[in-house]
Ligand binder design. Structure first.
Ligand code: SAH
Length: 250
């Protein structure tokens, strides 16, 4: 079905069965460019996630449509899309990270196999692990009321992960050195829609890994305070801070 973008607000708080008179620009596009007729169906989107399947009921001075199906934007999703690139830690900590990151609105999780990762998933076990991890994030998403389940990728090296998962900006958490605090780094950014947060394994990223990543212009090193956090605390803390500054804790 043809998808038509309409001004924000046209589809706010509607219900199926309602009639809508389309704004002039959209009406012109539908009749003169798309050459649609009464009885034709269209899908309308307003850019904030509200959408409606409609049928054209009349075309005269105005174009009127009837809403057949209407879907409200998912208010549970943050305007900040976050991607957590995290080295898989040992034991039960990974399951905990999946659950808490989901609650904090993470959009995508990329498990990392880094140089110092102790816990590596052999290739022939990856599908099985992904199924288990997916169950974990799906049930966490349900429990916290999200309709959207975070995406989970296969384990990746940092280089592969960077190439495959573009973000507006990436922050690599690395203790010490001359990194900026995560809060100052985030406050300096405006208009970020998709943020990558990178957390190393128990032994940390190697300096070489950090140098490789930060040689890209959209990757910056940050610190999370003077104490060394466990990997599972670090990812969750960084996600919460990001939601507080650019997401839906604001
Ligand atoms: N022994 C390691 C610490 C690993 S902590 C080292 O000294 O590098 C696991 C991961 O959590 C780190 O790789 C980093 O990504 C993150 N992390 C923990 N505490 C941090 C801090 N204070 N600042 C920045 N990153 C931190």
């Amino acid at each position: 079905m043809k998808r038509v973008d309409v001004p924000t607000d046209l589809l706010v708080n509607r219900t199926a069965g309602e009639l809508l008179v389309l704004p002039d620009g959209v009406a012109h596009y539908i009749t003169n460019v798309m050459r649609r007729q009464p009885g034709d169906a269209l899908e309308l989107f307003d850019g904030t996630g509200n959408q409606a399947v409609v049928e054209i009921t009349s075309i005269d001075d105005d174009v009127t449509v009837e809403i057949l199906q209407w879907r409200e934007a998912d208010k549970k999703e943050s305007p900040l899309s976050t991607v957590l690139f995290q080295a898989i830690p040992k034991g039960k900590r990974w399951g905990w990270i999946l659950e808490k990151a989901t609650e904090l609105g993470v959009r995508s999780i990329v498990p990392l196999h880094t140089e110092r990762t102790v816990k590596r998933i052999p290739d022939d076990r990856v599908d099985d692990r992904l199924r288990r991890w997916d169950k974990k994030v799906s049930s966490a998403a349900r429990q916290c009321g999200r309709a959207l389940t975070p995406e989970l990728s296969r384990p990746r090296t940092p280089g592969e992960a960077y190439e495959e998962t573009p973000c507006d900006i990436h922050l690599v958490a690395h203790p010490g050195g001359d990194a900026t605090g995560v809060v100052s780094a985030l406050k300096k950014l405006d208009e970020i829609k998709r943020l990558g947060i990178w957390i190393g394994p128990e032994g940390g990223f190697t300096q070489q890994e950090v140098d490789n990543l930060t040689s890209e212009k959209d990757v910056r090193p940050v610190h999370l305070g003077p104490r060394i956090l466990r990997a599972d605390t670090a990812g969750i803390a960084a996600l919460a801070i990001a939601q507080a500054i650019h997401g839906d804790f604001v």
